[in-house]
Write a new protein. Sequence first.
Length: 262
Amino acid sequence: MDKRKIIAGVTYDNWLKKPERGRGKPAKIKEVMKYSNQLIAFVDVLAIKALIEKHTNNDEHKAIDKIREIRKIAETSTEIVRKNEDINYLQISDSFVFVCDPKIVIQLIELLSTIQMRIIAECQFLLRGAITIGDAIVEESGKFIIGPAYIKAYQLQDNDAIYPRIIVDRSVTRAIKKSPYPINRYLLRDSDREFFVNYINVYMRKLSLNNQQIRSKFRREGTFSYLRENYLENYKNEKHNISQKYGWTMQYYKKLEVWENG
């Protein structure tokens, strides 16, 4: 019977101890690895599967180029922050994992806001994710990440985020409250009571931009057309689980007063 299971692209083995062949004794553990308290974000790029399926007849390069563009934004944005803060970054297929000390929760939220803002404006893709704090092991410069917190972040993203938003659990809101700034500077609370990263507001504060400048950026990059057209197309085709993601984003922009009509 196969005891393995796959979570977020990582295979986990439920056998904690395997006997040495022919001896019937547990294998010797060379190194004791212990969990430590970590801040973990799991972020997924939506609609990548549809992009790949769309470009299959000798134009695969279009999908690959777009995926590389998204990856480049995540990598370069993270590297800028890494100059001052220790943040581990890992890409798994169309998902990104960030791990760092809970003390720099504000810096991580600012990084995720930059990535979320740039990817929707420059690449026209939506992100969904979750952030939590808990036990995890990080080894090999972030290439090896495992632990309850990692699994929880993935499950929150997959089951609870629902819309194109990066939600945070109570452990993260408590960490933010320890900062000198109010929580509403970084988070919004949705109608389902979930707190999520208010990435437009964070991005505007970080770069000292106003609503009109953000609105002009979205108009210039074609963000409004991208959201409106995808909402209408999926609604018309009765793909309401997809259309609601674009609709939610449009409502978020209207709430922040950066939608094209003010």
